[in-house]
Design a protein around this ligand. Sequence first.
Ligand code: ATP
Ligand code: MG
Length: 399
Amino acid sequence: MFCLPDEIKTVLNKLESAGYSAYAVGGAVRDMLIGRQIHDYDVCTSAPPEDIRRVFADRKTFDTGLKHGTLTVICGDYPVEVTTFRRDGGYSDGRHPDSVSFTSSVEEDLGRRDFTINAIALGADSALTDPYGGREDIEAKMIRCVRDPRQRFEEDRLRILRALRFSSELGFGIEENTAKAIRLSKELILTVSAERVYSELCRLLTGESASNVLVGYADVICLILGIETGDRFTDTAEKIGMLEPDPRQRLAALLFDQGEEKAAAAMRSLKAKNSDKTRVVNAVRYGGADVTTVPELKKLIGRIGFDTAKDIFRIRSLFCEKAKELYLMTGYIYESKEPVFIKDLAVDGGDLSAAGVAPGRLTGEILAALLDAVTENKVKNEKSDLLAFASSLMKKKNE
Ligand code: ATP
Ligand code: MG
């Protein structure tokens, strides 16, 4: 027996009292049946959009996409998306239906959904409507398209990647025909908007079963990343779960041996935001840095930052025991708050200027030299010591 939270039951009851049918549907029902944490609720109903609005006139609502039939109703702790039962018209752009029409049949609404596990409706009376065998597939831990996979992937190409993402997040296998269709249709992913691909890919990379999906569907993932499949990719993919659950570190790992240019091209084509791009590309660019001593490590961190340095040594430690020490050492340096960046010095440009250094390029050069000296333990990070060291540097320069 599955029980919806009272707030959601109230939403369903209100719609039913107005003469319509209404169900919880999608991810919430799937996750409830699996026993996973539920993060948001979707409700579908036979009520047309304007009637949904009328029924919830006394509630706080957001017009999420009323023309597609969706209104967000705020119910206690939950924002609930309430959507009119839909059937999708033809698809000609490979992503969005050309038209949607409303229907009074929940079965029809479930028939437009992507996977059987996402096509189960749950009523306020706890009865399940499950025309595509979603429960059985949950039992069997299986991702299976609703209806013909080839056609469903051609209609909406993002579904190809959603299948892999769900497989990774839920640890489910992919049913044979759906898997075949993924391989046959994979090129279609290249036409989907980069932002959507990147966001699905990030979720896939941090899923519990990321490594199974990366190994099993290396052809699809490499196509998205614009790199070759091969032993190197597989070796890293097998170990991806040993990395932090951060998509940027995991992407850097997959691109680690590809060189800076390919990594940059991959991040560009995914339209990743600049900070993600920099972090991944720098990890690849400086990935081979020859670091053995603490001062060398500090200098590297000063150049690329703690996050990227940790990425590099965490990735290197997949294949090299010694890199583990550098990874740990990076953490100690972070904790110790020892200076690694110019901003960590006990003097700044103003102090140097007060001591007679002309502002401008020279200031930058001296600050960099001071940081090097502190890093190499030649001078203490204290204002008087640094100013004395700076003036000795100036003297040398003027000789
Ligand atoms: P999660 O929120 O954990 O990503 P979800 O199943 O709730 O999982 P959403 O993207 O929130 O996924 O979509 C809600 C529901 O809408 C899905 O469960 C599915 O029934 C349907 N759906 C979403 N995207 C598609 C799609 N591209 N094609 C067909 N049905 C879809
Ligand atoms: Mg959802």
